[in-house]
Design a protein around this ligand. Sequence first.
Ligand code: ADP
Ligand code: MG
Length: 349
Amino acid sequence: MLEEKNQGSTSLSSIGEFGLINHLTNKFKINHKSTVVGIGDDAAVINNSGELLVTTDMLIEGVHFDLSYVPLKHLGYKSVMVNLSDVYAMNGNAKAITVSIAASNRFPLEALEELYNGIKTACDLYNIDLIGGDTTSSTSGLIISITAIGNVAKHKKVLRSTAKANNLILVTGDLGGAFLGLKVLEREKEVFKVNPNNQPDLDQYSYIIERQLKPEARKDIIELLAKLEVQPTSMIDISDGLSSEILHLINQSNLGCRIYEDKIPLDPTVINACEEFNLDSTTIALNGGEDYELLFTIKQEDYSKIKGNPNLTVIGHMSDPKDGSYLVTRANELVEIKAKGWRFFNDQE
Ligand code: ADP
Ligand code: MG
């Protein structure tokens, strides 16, 4: 990390578009019976059962990632995760992706190989078929657009708009780590600019840096909920931060809510890093984003099924829309939940 990159020097123009596509994709195997035709024809062919889920995310260099501290392999992995996360947030099975890339001639073949190594690791671990994409040049920088395709049985799909008053609100894992990981990486980038020989000791930050660079989509939770026979009443993945995601559920389900500050799950390393950066940990958990955890609601009668599970935390409940949407602080005060600009956030942005 933070070193001058020496990635090799095979120029993209020397290998040609078809050579490039073949070179990048020939190690990928098709695993799903539902993939009838993968890479190589004008369109992929999928034999689908249930309802089809389709979701796309685009990542642009300089906007969504900074290659001075994001290794290309991690970028490939994360680009897949952010898409799979959206399929799981519908309670679906992710099955296939297409990957479209635009790269400037600044990128040698070896750089794109690294990117595809990360994409392949993600496909192998999450059992995803790479079934197509597009490859083109860009005048500057790198653009990655991934589409994920999945399916879900009609009666299993979970929307944002179907929560009910008094449903319990749950979150998976812990929050705020990815944002703080980014803070650490940005700080080290500045230090590196001043003194390139200073190799930082980042061991104490490994958890939060990993949360930023290598998030995991919560396929395990979808499997867990199926095993526990819990059908969420609404669900969303946490890409922008807890407060904006909870507002999506509330607005689309036409409800209000109470979230309890003391229930929000925080890892000890998140609390330590907040102290170091002089940030309020609740603010970071609410607004940090990029944690790719799942936020969902369940019926109260399902509580006994999820009780005590270390992956799941009840953080509040839905209520009547006229009750509004509030965070109940540790001091028992009510603070209205807003998408951004909440509490101390204004002067930190
Ligand atoms: P077309 O000209 O018909 O759009 P392309 O020559 O762009 O076809 O692509 C040939 C095949 O390679 C198609 O199956 C396409 O989906 C696949 N493909 C192209 N670029 C990529 C990529 N970056 N990653 C994965 N598959 C790709
Ligand atoms: Mg094409």
